[in-house]
Design a protein around this ligand. Structure first.
Ligand code: NAP
Length: 336
């Protein structure tokens, strides 16, 4: 009998989550029924949206119930298959959640195609975060040659892809990141044209100096004080794909109204397009994304960084750290 370790939501956090909001158990895995596949999880993706699933506030997706398995996407190895499309040893991607093993419907799995990159990249640069950046730019941001594209959380999987794609399209990429190490990586390794540390007391001034022609596309990943610095710099007909607001996920600043008049006034006077999106809206373009970006990753024209944490039991602490900016690159848990 295969045992499966699982991490459950023990209670809903108020503000910053803590280890007490999670619990771990172990169960005997049932046998796979017809159409199902038994998998061993190799890598679990940790993503900022998981903080939202821990809350029962109204959102675009249902919350994880208290006592339920924490949600998440994983790369797995097939152990046993009762589905025609999969055989033992296949590497697949699915939403098993925070578990070591699972029995899952084969129709919900996808074979991993990484163009020769490590399989963990199916959760990052060649997975949901990379696709988020690609689709937000392609369908909303529309960067043009010579324009300035700014993005925060620039060393992470979404932000790093945004800046690199923008540059490949002839735009100027300005990254915003937390701390000297992340800033050096964004400028020196990823090749952004400029980078600003959002922890600097001179953030607004530094950003203005880095964007002397203003900002044409601001790919919004964080909100908060970064948005305050970006807003005055947005150009006429600027585009703002609103992808995430990680600065507010632990509750800080939501419900705040003092930013609203300045934001609405800028949208009106500068004819801005501010468009929120969830990447699933563009899911039918995922194969196009892989065809487009896979070769760029294989050729080293798009670079990426992974932050790999060892052991399923480390997942809660790693997620808590990510919400405080402690991850450096795409956060992935190596489960087995
Ligand atoms: P990530 O960059 O790996 O991790 C989050 C980063 O946010 C942290 O490392 C930190 O980087 C930054 N951050 C946290 N608190 C901040 C604050 N108060 N002010 C400024 N920066 C802060 O995350 P990711 O996976 O690439 O995701 C980036 C954003 O995209 C998130 O908002 C996420 O929710 C969103 N997203 C949206 C979709 C969608 O479908 N709409 C899909 C995927 C991701 P620094 O230390 O550099 O500040």
């Amino acid at each position: 009998m295969t045992k499966a370790r699982r991490i459950l939501l023990a209670s809903r956090p108020l503000g910053e989550p803590s280890a007490a909001n999670f619990s771990m158990d172990e169960i005997d895995l049932p046998e796979a029924a017809e159409g199902e596949v038994t998998v061993r999880v190799r890598y679990l993706s940790l993503d900022p949206y998981m903080r939202g699933r821990m809350s029962d506030a109204k959102s675009y997706a249902a919350p994880v119930p208290v006592g339920g398995i924490m949600e998440g996407e994983t790369v797995c190895e097939v152990m046993k298959s009762r589905h025609n499309d999969f055989s033992p040893g296949d590497i697949v991607k699915g939403r098993t959640g925070w578990v070591s093993h699972a029995v899952i419907k084969g129709d919900l799995l996808r074979l991993v195609d990484t163009h020769g990159a490590p399989v963990s990249t199916a959760l990052g640069v060649l997975g949901m975060p990379g696709f988020t950046a690609w689709s937000g730019l392609k369908f909303i941001g529309h960067p043009k040659s010579g324009e300035t594209v700014a993005v925060a959380a620039a060393s992470g999987p979404v932000g790093s892809m945004v800046g690199q794609l923008a540059r490949l399209q002839g735009a100027r990429a300005v990254g915003i990141a937390g701390g000297p190490d992340k800033c050096a990586f964004v400028k020196d390794e990823l090749g952004f044209d400029a980078v600003i540390d959002h922890r600097s007391k001179e953030l607004a001034h530094d950003l203005q100096n880095a964007c002397l022609d203003g900002i044409d596309v601001y790919f919004e990943n964080v909100g908060g004080h970064v948005w305050d610095a970006v807003l005055p710099l947005l150009n006429q007909f600027g585009r703002v794909p609103v992808c995430g607001l990680v600065a507010h996920y632990n509750g800080g600043g939501l419900g705040e109204t003092d930013r609203l008049p300045a934001t609405m006034s800028a949208i009106l006077r500068r004819s801005l397009t501010v468009r929120g999106f969830i990447q699933t809206e563009f899911a039918q373009h995922f194969d196009e994304f892989l065809q487009d970006v896979g070769p760029l990753v294989a050729d080293g024209k798009i670079k990426y960084k992974e932050d790999i944490v060892d052991g399923l039991e480390q997942a809660p602490e790693a997620l808590i750290g990510m919400l405080a900016g402690k991850n450096f690159g795409k956060l992935v848990v190596k489960v087995s």
